[in-house]
Design a protein around this ligand. Structure first.
Ligand code: ZN
Length: 144
């Protein structure tokens, strides 16, 4: 685990499918935070052939539901004192709230600030589809 070294305390987002590292980087808004971050791309991997890795130094409130929407290959390592103290797997969330927006332009959630939509996973083969609790519209998840 040579690549994990060099971080004393922080998060390593490992096993990102090759090419999706930039998507994760952008969706987590890592260019907007003060933490030191590293995006490593096309690293040879036994399991995936090639993979991407993101390292975030220090404290960071990681949205693992968001990672689950992007790539379920991802494994998260929490580092403290140069050691992995916790490993987390990510999975497709059954329900999401603030991560996605309803695809129905007339949905009340776009107009009313207090209408916070909750989306429930309805379909999960190939692409993900979530149903809005306000208007029942299905919203497809696509990250590029
Ligand atoms: Zn809606």
């Amino acid at each position: 685990m040579r690549l994990v070294n060099g971080i004393e305390k922080g998060i390593v987002i490992d096993h990102i499918s090759s090419g999706k590292g930039m998507v994760v980087y952008n969706k987590l808004n890592l260019s907007q935070i003060a933490n030191t971050t590293v995006l490593l791309m096309n690293i040879p991997s036994k399991h995936l052939g090639r993979k991407d890795i993101i390292k975030i130094e220090g404290d960071f409130d990681l949205n693992t539901a968001l990672l689950g929407l992007i790539d379920t290959n991802i494994k998260v390592n929490i580092i403290e004192n140069n050691e992995v103290i916790m490993k987390k797997f990510v999975e497709v969330p059954n329900q999401v709230s603030d991560i996605i927006k309803c695809s129905n332009p007339r949905c009340i959630s776009h107009i009313d600030d207090y209408a916070k939509p909750v989306f429930t996973l309805m379909k999960q083969n190939g692409e993900l589809e979530y149903q809005c609790n306000y208007c029942d519209e299905l919203t497809k998840i696509k990250f590029k």
